[in-house]
Design a binder for this molecule. Structure first.
Ligand code: IPE
Ligand code: MG
Length: 229
């Protein structure tokens, strides 16, 4: 979710106004995903590199995060949404960790949209923590690990790999998001700033995705044969 600061600057507002607006966009996007029957929505809210921002901005973002959880979780629960947070929580303060755990627990058995928030997340961190867990669980296989040994330990082992990756705000980078899981994901980059990422902008992204041909290494001809089979 990129472009909150620029959105605010264009309006001569402080950066934090952009972040506030960004939360509203999340709310609308969740509604749209339910309408479109999207099964998994994963949002990169705060990267492990975002701690490098000015202290006031970091603490505002943490506050906003806490506030959003407190205000929204009951509504998420009513809408059968399952909320999961991925990332290294150890750096958050105790109250926030408690709020996250309570929100996850409340919505754990919901069967609708799975909303994952990546906070203090990094793709490299994810792969490394999985490698360490795998090595502890399966020391006898050292030197012979395969993909299926690692994937159960990745943060998002509960979800299929993403179909579509969207980056707003004009940047064309992954910025250490789900590195392992994005191997065959379709990428969509847009100049639209996150606070302007409305229903129409989402539809444009989905339309673009629907035009892609996902070959997973195969040829177009092979896909045609399967389609007709
Ligand atoms: C994304 O918007 C929000 C977070 C990383 C929390 P930015 O804050 O990166 O906005 P720009 O890139 O400065 O416009
Ligand atoms: Mg940015």
């Amino acid at each position: 979710m990129d472009g909150n600061g620029r959105w605010a600057r264009k309006r001569f507002l402080p950066r934090i106004a952009g972040h506030k607006r960004g939360v509203e966009v999340v709310r609308d996007l969740v509604k749209q995903c339910i309408k479109l029957k999207v099964a998994y929505l994963t949002l990169f809210a705060f990267s492990s590199e975002n701690w490098r921002r000015p202290a006031e901005e970091v603490s505002f973002l943490m506050g906003l995060f806490m506030q959003a959880l407190k205000r929204e979780v009951a509504k998420l629960h009513q809408n059968n949404i399952k909320l999961v947070m991925i990332g290294d929580r150890s750096r958050f303060d105790a109250a926030l960790i408690q709020e996250i755990e309570a929100s996850e627990l409340l919505t754990a058995n919901n069967t609708g949209l799975v909303l994952t928030i990546a906070a203090n997340y990094g793709g490299r961190w994810d792969v490394l923590q999985a490698v360490n867990k795998m090595q502890q669980a399966l020391p006898q296989l050292a030197g012979h690990y395969r993909e299926e040994h690692l994937t159960p330990y990745l943060s998002m082992s509960y979800a299929p790999e993403p179909d579509l990756f969207i980056r707003t705000g004009g940047e064309t980078r992954i910025s250490n998001f789900l590195l392992w899981q994005l191997a065959y994901t379709e990428f969509y980059f847009t100049d639209t700033l996150w606070p302007d990422f409305d229903e129409e902008a989402v539809n444009l992204a989905i339309n673009s995705y629907q035009k892609r041909e996902r070959r997973f290494g195969r040829t177009s001809e092979q896909l045609e044969v399967n389609k007709n089979a």
